[in-house]
Design a protein around this ligand. Structure first.
Ligand code: F6P
Length: 335
């Protein structure tokens, strides 16, 4: 029987609790024991942990956040930190550490593996979906839902005032969340890192789209989705530039951390459960240095390094849909 440890690290994402639950329930069923470290890698350094069993993970599948808390732990990059974590894991006789998190968390897991003999396995949990090697990450679907819902609400007031709205969504440096929120929310334009050329081209394109929109609908209610960390001088600068360009009123809305919260939608609960159960299977097979992911609804495993050495691309059907329905529809004769 194995002794398994789990932690959640980096930006929390809806579905992390569902994943912890799946790991615990699947482990118990096979006679393994599970402990959870608190506050991400910080708990590994301070030996702050607690036992987890089915009772402790009862009634958490629907809860956002993470019962183990999360953190970003810069000092874990140091060799001394990895050695200290290895010492604590050995003292607890842990066979495998499961890390639920994103890019930074996986770097931490790989770093630890240089100094610890136990098995390390990553499970992708981030609203950004910016991890190579998995079709989706835990929390991504719920964040899309939240952003879409916000765009629906913004549209009501945008229509009432016939105003232009800029809605900034998260995603770190990737446009997965922005792309899906824009398509599902029927935005009129989307600014994403994957499609971005430069500020002038973007302003020109919006201007052109807006003219077509005015002609077609006879009003100015127009919604632009913008991915964070992209517009050089920030969303307020873009709003000002658009006001000057269009002569209309522009209101910026930053959705921010609202996108990280809430009860996970069913897709995130199912993904979290699939990945949790599969990670326990990998522990039984003594696999290490891998991330478990999902491809075409099947669990997959890939080396941790590959998750950051490769860049995940927006799928071409997604890009095609965006260009057809949003940014370049005049080019497609869809004005
Ligand atoms: O990675 C998740 C995420 O929410 C990103 O979308 C965002 O850029 C970042 O975390 C924000 O981090 P913090 O909560 O530390 O401000």
């Amino acid at each position: 029987n194995k002794r398994i440890a789990v932690l959640t690290s980096g930006g929390d994402a809806p579905g992390m609790n569902a994943c912890i639950r799946a790991i615990v329930v699947a482990s118990e069923g096979k006679g393994h024991s599970v402990i959870g470290f608190e506050h991400g890698y910080n708990g590994l350094l301070s030996a702050d942990w607690r036992k987890l069993d089915s009772k402790k993970v009862h009634n958490i599948i629907q809860r956002g956040g993470t019962i183990l808390r999360s953190a970003r732990c810069k000092e874990f990059k140091e060799e001394a930190s990895a050695r200290l974590a290895a010492k604590h894991l050995d003292e607890l006789a842990i066979d495998a550490l499961l890390v639920i998190g994103g890019d930074g968390s996986f770097h931490g897991a790989r770093h630890l593996a240089n100094y610890w003999n136990g098995d390390v396995i990553g499970l992708p949990g981030t609203i950004d979906n910016d991890i190579y090697g998995t079709d989706a990450t835990i929390g991504y679907y719920t964040a899309i839902e939240t952003a879409m819902d916000s765009i629906d609400k913004v549209r009501d007031t945008a229509d009432a005032f016939e105003r232009i709205f800029l809605v900034e969504v998260m995603g770190r440096h990737a446009g997965f969340l922005g792309a899906c929120a824009a398509i599902a929310g029927a935005a009129n334009y989307v600014i994403l890192p994957e499609l971005f050329k430069d500020t002038q081209t973007t302003l020109d394109n919006i201007h052109q789209q807006l003219a077509i929109h005015r002609q077609r609908y006879g009003h100015e209610s127009f919604i632009i989705v913008l991915t964070e960390n992209l517009w050089p001088a920030g969303i307020s600068d873009l709003a000002t530039q658009l006001e000057t360009l269009t002569g209309g009123e522009v209101r910026p809305v930053t959705l921010g951390h609202i996108q990280r919260g809430g009860s996970p939608v069913s897709q995130d609960r199912m993904l979290a459960t699939l990945l949790g159960v599969h990670a326990v299977k990998c522990v039984e097979e003594d696999k290490s240095g891998i991330m478990v992911g999902v491809h075409n609804n099947e669990p997959v495993e890939i080396p941790l390094e590959q998750t950051w050495e490769n860049k995940k691309a927006l799928s071409s059907p997604l890009t095609h849909t965006m260009l057809t329905m949003l940014n370049e529809r005049h080019h497609w004769g869809l004005g």
